[in-house]
Design a protein around this ligand. Sequence first.
Ligand code: RIB
Length: 329
Amino acid sequence: MATIKDVAKQAGVSVATVSRVLNDNGYVHGNTRKLVIEAIQQLSYKPNEVARSLFKKKSRLIGLLLPDIRNPFFPELARGIEDEIQEQGYQLIIGNIDEKYPKEMDYIQTFQQNNVTGIITATNLTGRSHYDDLSSPVVFLDRTFNDHPSVFADGIEGGRMAASELVKRGSKRITILKGPAQLQTAQDRFNGAIAWLRAEKVDFSVIETSSFSFSDAEMWAKELFEKYPDTDGILASNDVVAAAVLHEALRLGKAIPEDLQLIGFDDIPLSRLLFPPLSTIRQPAYDMGKEAAKLLIRLINKETHFEKNIRMPVMFIERQTTRKVEENG
Ligand code: RIB
């Protein structure tokens, strides 16, 4: 594999000149630059990224921290980020922080050791200051921090939307699976739903939950039907939990949506493949990722005068776990 010395020899210049061309740093005469570029192409030379990042003090890497890579919502965020940053010549490195502070700190340190140029984080721990003194810009995504650059979906509107769609279709004995108390995303959608239900004087019950994971979702689903067997409308904290509720409802022999309606939250790709396909509130995860990447690149490029807190709209996706409005009469 060709080295920077081979390029210098081929072009008839010093290694320092080749380095200035590679890092676009310092003056190089036009003809000399042309000779160096031709030598790079002739030798198919690939710069050593680690060496380059040490010189530049910044790499072409962007770090992404996700709370649980097993939840299908987060890969949608990551894909939107990656598609956007690659167009700008950056590459993504992902850390799965398992919603644990020590693991999150380890990844932040790893990102800094690799001279990442910026970080996008969907941390659970927005209240802590562990992002305040980093050398590279940070964008909070989904789990956000109001006085930091953030991209998030309108959870309050999503909760209101889910509650009104359920009642519009005839549900009267409503149960809400409240998501993890420490997550603003979960609290926003819960508060949006109960504010609407209270305003409309519609009774509801609540099942407290402490995670969004597949492993716990089955437990919440069983608890729900043990406590509220006659419920006729369920608002799930996310699609993973909704899938577990659907599974348990069908196991108990309930007719969906005739006996029981169900609305999820996220609209992960799996939701349309469930049987019956899940009605849910779509968060534009892919576009949220793209917007977070655009915001981070503006910060990296030290642009000014742009929106740093981006709230994105959600929408109701009607499938077959809710009745058609006309059916409700
Ligand atoms: O399903 C994962 C949940 O955690 C999503 O609703 C998303 O908003 C994140 O906060």
